[in-house]
Structures are given as structure tokens and as C-alpha cells.
Design a protein around this ligand. Structure first.
Ligand code: HEM
Length: 76
């Protein structure tokens, strides 16, 4: 919903919230630890997933973000 299926956050909800484009160079430059931290702790309008996702599920989400295509579009 927030980041859309393709991770670009180009849909109405993502744009309204200012959700990050998970395919952007800015996000791809971040370490797996940093991405896991943001998913766990939340950031800005993004909720924390600390109590809803296990460590393994957060690690899987980071690998999913890494698998998203690199559009190079500077959406963020
Ligand atoms: C498990 C699901 C999710 C994952 C893996 C995920 C991942 C991320 C990542 C990696 C960032 C970038 C953090 C950074 O480096 O700056 C981000 C930012 C953001 N996400 Fe999510 N997200 C998820 C769900 C959501 C949901 C459900 C929402 C909306 C309610 C949301 C809204 C946002 C917003 C608004 C930002 C920008 C935060 C800021 O920079 O202030 N995300 N997300």
C-alpha cells in the first residue's frame, strides 16, 4: 500500500505519506543493517514493525528490497 507492489511508492498513499521509493539509489546505498533498523524502529510516518515482524521476517524484507529493480528514478 504505502510503497506499492513495485516498491516505488508512486501510488496515491505513498505520495501522500512521502513514503520512500525503495528502488531509488538513495535507499539502495543504505546498508542491510540500516534498512533493517528502519523497518524495525519505523521512521517518520512509517510504523515500527518491531512487534509485528520477527527478525527473520525483517531480514527477508531487506532481501526483498534488494531484489526490487533499480529504476534509477530519483523519486525520493
Ligand atoms: C514491511 C513493510 C515495509 C518495509 C519493508 C518498508 C521499508 C521502508 C524503508 C527501507 C524505508 C526507507 C528508510 C530510509 O532509509 O530512509 C521506508 C520509509 C518509509 N516508509 Fe516504509 N516500509 C514498510 C511498510 C510501510 C508502511 C505500511 C507505510 C505506511 C504506513 C510505510 C511508510 C513509509 C514512509 C512514510 C517512509 C519515509 C520515512 C521518512 O523518511 O520519514 N512503510 N520504508
Amino acid at each position: 500500500m504505502c510503497h506499492d507492489d513495485d516498491g516505488t511508492a508512486s501510488g496515491p498513499t505513498g505520495k501522500a505519506l512521502g513514503a520512500a521509493n525503495l528502488t531509488s539509489p538513495a535507499i539502495r546505498k543504505e546498508s542491510n543493517e540500516a534498512l533493517a533498523h528502519f523497518i524495525s524502529a519505523g521512521k517518520g510516518k512509517m510504523p515500527s514493525f518491531q512487534t509485528t515482524l520477527t527478525q527473520q521476517q525483517i531480514a527477508d524484507a531487506v532481501q526483498y528490497i534488494r531484489s526490487l529493480g533499480n529504476t534509477g528514478a530519483a523519486h525520493r
